[in-house]
Design a protein around this ligand. Structure first.
Ligand code: ZN
Length: 340
């Protein structure tokens, strides 16, 4: 078990390392960078690489630091799952091998494991800084447009969102994520920049970071707000496959190209895949208030898995490991009036 140390590194360490993996390798573990601002009494925080296979945030940070920035406020950046990110291969593992997902460890006991201890140490340092904003930069596994995830809809969170994206998803699901732990203390948002291997996502992260850092006041642009995603999960032990058609022996076979529906929206009747002999039984659809909403969202006919109603899908991925260990996708039903 590694300890929960977050190593402070100088901003010039990013200039000494030409590529981002070299910079991370030199740090060797979780790191923190402090950059003085024009108004040094105010602090904005960026966290990234909570998931080791989501590199856009740390790539943006590395490039931003190499440009010798002079931000409007003091900026403090935390880069967390460095060990997982270094691989090999780099940026392929979500968490350290055999360890829990760090961004599910912000709700429980600090001494449960190394991930909980690191989560607790990050929270301690964030609170000590008394920041005016926290932005946690992630990638999705499939391609798709950038969006924010927040636990509350308020002007401060809308303004943070629009430094990076024009869509904001307000979630009432509780997973043990960083933004949940901070929600009563500071406007905290997750930015999903787009697909982890998509160069556009790196550009979204860098442009957003530059806006966030340079603005004396964070002002909101136009934003589309989506409420209450449902989390679509597979029962533990159920077999999942991705294919272009039926015929396998999995319990659930999702369309290998399901990611194309992300932020579709996908109309009622859209086929998402095919079901085994147990039908819909291995699938759970969980709302933030704990209700089971599978039969409201999904239906089966002729062995096909279909949407029962018009829906926005989020984070649909063809990565079996992520889909089975985390969730298949998120779904936001769209009402008859067109408002999600
Ligand atoms: Zn993530």
């Amino acid at each position: 078990m590694s300890d929960a140390r977050i190593r402070g590194v100088a901003a010039q360490s990013a200039r000494a390392a030409e590529d981002v993996t070299g910079w991370l390798a030199a740090a060797g573990g979780p790191l923190r960078v402090d950059v003085p601002g024009i108004d040094d009494a105010r602090v904005r925080i960026v966290t990234t690489l909570l998931h080791g296979n989501e590199p856009s945030g740390v790539r943006a940070l590395h490039r931003w630091l190499r440009a010798r920035p002079r931000p409007a406020t003091r900026m403090v950046a935390f880069v967390l799952s460095v060990e997982a990110a270094l691989g090999p291969p780099p940026f392929a593992q979500r968490a350290r091998r055999g360890a829990r997902d760090l961004n599910r460890c912000f709700g429980g006991a600090a001494d449960a494991d190394a991930e909980s201890a690191l989560a607790a140490e990050l929270l301690r340092q964030v609170r000590e800084l008394e920041p005016e904003a926290v932005v946690d930069i992630h990638n999705t596994s499939a391609r798709g447009p950038a969006y924010a995830v927040v636990t509350r809809d308020d002007p401060a969170r809308r303004a943070l969102t629009t430094q990076f994206a024009s869509r904001m998803v307000v979630t009432d699901l509780r997973l043990g994520a960083l933004i949940e732990a901070l929600e009563d203390e500071v406007p905290a948002v997750v930015i999903e920049c787009g697909g982890a291997s998509d160069p556009d996502a790196d550009s979204v992260a860098l442009a957003g970071l530059e806006r966030l850092a340079s603005a004396p006041a964070i002002v909101s642009g136009p934003v589309t707000v989506l409420h209450h995603p449902r989390r679509v999960e597979l029962d533990p032990g159920a077999r999942l496959a991705y294919a272009a058609g039926p015929g396998g022996n999995a319990d659930v076979t999702l369309d290998a190209d399901i990611g194309r529906h992300n932020f579709g929206p996908a109309p009622a009747g859209t086929r998402l895949g095919w079901l085994g002999p147990r039908g819909l039984a291995p699938i759970r659809v969980r709302a933030g208030d704990g209700r089971e909403l599978r039969d409201e969202l999904l239906e089966t006919s002729g062995g096909e898995l279909r949407l029962r109603r018009d829906t926005q899908l989020l984070m649909a991925t063809a990565d079996v490991a992520i889909a089975t260990s985390d969730c298949l996708f998120y779904a936001i039903p769209i009402d008859a009036g067109g408002e999600p």
